[in-house]
Design a protein around this ligand. Sequence first.
Ligand code: NAD
Length: 496
Amino acid sequence: MTQIASTFPDSQAVTAAYRNLNLVGGKRVPVSTGLDVLNPATGAVLGQAAASGAEETGAAVAAAKEAFPAWGATPARERGKAVAAAGRALLENFELVAQVLARETGKAIRTECRGEVKTAADILEFYGGLGSELKGETIPFSPNMLTMTTREPLGVVGAIVPWNVPLVLMMLKIAPALVAGNTVVVKASEEAPFATYLAAEIVMEFLPAGVLNVINGNGPDCGAALTAHPDVAKITFTGSEAVGETVYKAAAERIVPVSLELGGKSPMIVCDDANLDKAVAGAISGMRFTRQGQSCTASSRIYVHESLYEPFLKALTDALNALKIGDPLDEETDIGTIINAKQAAVVDDYVAQAEAAKGATVIRCGQMPEGTTLSLDLFALPTLLLDLPEDHPCVQNEIFGPVAVVQKWSDYEDVIAKANDSRYGLAATVWTETLSTALDATSRLNAGYVQVNQNLTIQPNVSYGGFGRSGLGKEASLEAMLAHFTRSKTIVIAMD
Ligand code: NAD
């Protein structure tokens, strides 16, 4: 038990302790105004988190700037050891962090939250081992000149995260940034800030004051202030396509590097020789139905060969009908709630548009919770949309809810073209028992993360990032740390 975690008897104490404050310069700093954070499963106010504006954001950047020279000069392996130790500490406290996460996101603790905290800890441990990889090169330019490159940290990194997988997405940013010698200001998601604060404070126990700072606030106030701040040398953002565009424009005005992990509408192609059981299980895990489909990589366009279409659909609906929707904190629950009323309305609107489409079929699976004291407003049934035209908004846009489009196909060239007919390019999967088909499809699919016969989430050590309007840059790998959290300096020394 770390010092921080041992001060909390339970998850309610965590939300109370982080009322209206930021974590800046190694301290809990009160903020005069706050934003209500709701428990999506009950509709009740869970707590209040800081409503930071430009002033509070500036204070966090100043703390990170002050801490940068010493942290940047700390030997890289020492930085890595601190980050790895923080990962082990987070893992020791995973149950408390998972409870906070389940209460603020509405995600089921058994199927989602515990796994998220463990992956977040794993990311810290993974990057903690990479300090010694911050290498440069020597270049055989001239026998009279020693020519080499070195890798340097960038300075203060601004990291902006969303609510759907806040801990994993935060660690994908802070772990490589810190190991590379940068200091960081994290902008938490105002929808789900408390687990972010708790996990960050556990990490901060292993770092000098000011190396990691966490602030919360509305995006247009706090996130925009961070993006625009002249002392922020790099922005790393995960969130929606629309806000990503805003962030990119703001960074362009200052000419600072940006990484963007944005939305997706990822295709899943089930070929006629696919293993049906594996493909159905892959559709459920890939569509992240246990996360209410609130995943950027959700396999939300499922193309099934006509020979397997009927059995696939039956097996998929049977499996979805068996998932239990209910209290996120109940160990028997598979599926919790959608994050908030705004997102639930977006999902409802898309389903209504599908219902209105000529020739389309809408299948709702599972059952709403019964006999519960929970608020039912944000629970939603897993839903399949069949026979939609390819240009329908439900086929083209990210819905970010438990709603998948299932289409029948017969011609291989046509299904590859349909899979690629998207402004996004985040992920794709192919289901086939034929190696040549797998190789052909993986080479032709326009997505940054392509898998065959499986549908893994983000994995430490495996580069992850989208093409097109899904974003810019990679995360989760050594490549990501070197490319996005260091700069390369060329040094040429005359030797004669
Ligand atoms: P969002 O874009 O609304 O918000 C993301 C973050 O940006 C929040 O912290 C928010 O406060 C902040 N923000 C809002 N306006 C801002 C502004 N003007 N300037 C700076 N920051 C601002 O996204 P969300 O609703 O929190 O998350 C869902 C979205 O995230 C989905 O579109 C999903 O696809 C995407 N996402 C992408 C990935 C990925 O790895 N590609 C992973 C998870 C989620």
